[in-house]
Design a protein. Structure first.
Length: 293
């Protein structure tokens, strides 16, 4: 036991005897301290500041704890060793179960494939039906256009008084729904002209324009359906006759415009616009050239 002497103010010495029996004895380290998921060595060591224990004693205690854990692990393995060895034996006969599961899985795969094939077949069938529906709708639209085309050809033939069984124009009686004289009628609602200087009734440019518009609509239907469609090809001679008749009427109206007096230029421009509407600029130039001659 060590003894320490301290001097007091009057020079006398007092004795102090070191006694460590009153210091707290450190408790054994707990395993739970090492099981925390966020265990940190530095944090753990800093928490031991209140332990009255030297660093060497702490190391020795940690080594002892490590040896204890190793021994427990070894005892656990030795205790269950027989169970580990008998595990394979307890699984005998599992091949049949695995094979049964395999057969079930293969059967399930076949069923899934069959269902998938049926769905795919149904999808193709629906797609074919939709395509067929689109084709039928397209054919129906074409059929409507063809009927409309035929009706308009017949209408133009009637308005232009064209015989379908003869190359001669059919001049009907005034009692008809529309005769050739209607183009010259100044009493018609469509008439925008008066009599010419020589007293001849002028052709109605408005009616000529309306006939030209109907003809242009025929060409638009033909472009939409296809000009090489057999039905349109069969009507082509009649359409060509309608076109030639329109051009003949326009040429006559252009000739009339030269004798229109003060309205000559206005009538000429109106007829030329109808030529342009039909896309017959070349025919218009030829007609004007013939007038100059």
């Amino acid at each position: 036991m060590n003894r320490f002497q301290f001097g007091d103010s009057d020079g006398s010495a007092s004795d102090f005897e070191e006694d460590s029996s009153g210091l707290p004895f450190p408790e054994p380290l707990s395993r739970t301290s090492f099981l925390a998921p966020d265990f940190d060595p530095a944090t753990f060591l800093s928490s031991l500041t209140n332990r009255h224990q030297s660093l060497e004693d702490l190391r020795q205690e940690l080594r002892g704890l490590e040896q204890s854990l190793n021994k427990e692990l070894l005892d656990l393995v030795n205790e269950n060793y027989q169970d580990f060895l008998s595990l394979g034996t307890s699984l005998r006969g599992g091949e049949e179960k695995v094979e049964g599961v395999k057969v079930g899985v293969l059967s399930f795969q076949r069923d899934v494939k069959a269902i998938r094939d049926k769905v795919e077949a149904r999808r193709r069938e629906v797609e074919e039906l939709l395509n067929e529906k689109r084709r039928l709708r397209t054919n129906a639209d074409i059929g409507k256009d063809l009927l409309d085309y035929a009706d308009r050809v017949e209408e133009l033939e009637h308005r232009l008084m064209i015989k379908t069984n003869s190359s001669q124009r059919d001049v009907k009686s005034p009692e008809g729904s529309e005769t050739e004289s209607d183009l010259y009628s100044s009493e018609s609602e469509d008439s925008d002209d008066e009599e010419l200087a020589d007293g001849t009734p002028a052709m109605s440019s408005k009616k000529l324009e309306r006939h030209a518009q109907k003809f242009v609509y025929l060409t638009s239907i033909a472009a939409r359906v296809g000009e090489k469609h057999p039905f349109l090809v069969s009507l082509q001679p009649r359409v060509a006759k309608i076109k030639s008749t329109l051009l003949l009427d326009l040429k006559s109206a252009l000739e009339q415009a030269t004798t229109a007096g003060g309205k000559r230029d206005a009538r000429t421009l109106a007829i030329l616009r109808i030529y342009e509407l039909m896309g017959e600029d070349v025919s218009a130039v030829a007609a004007l050239r013939n007038l100059k001659v």
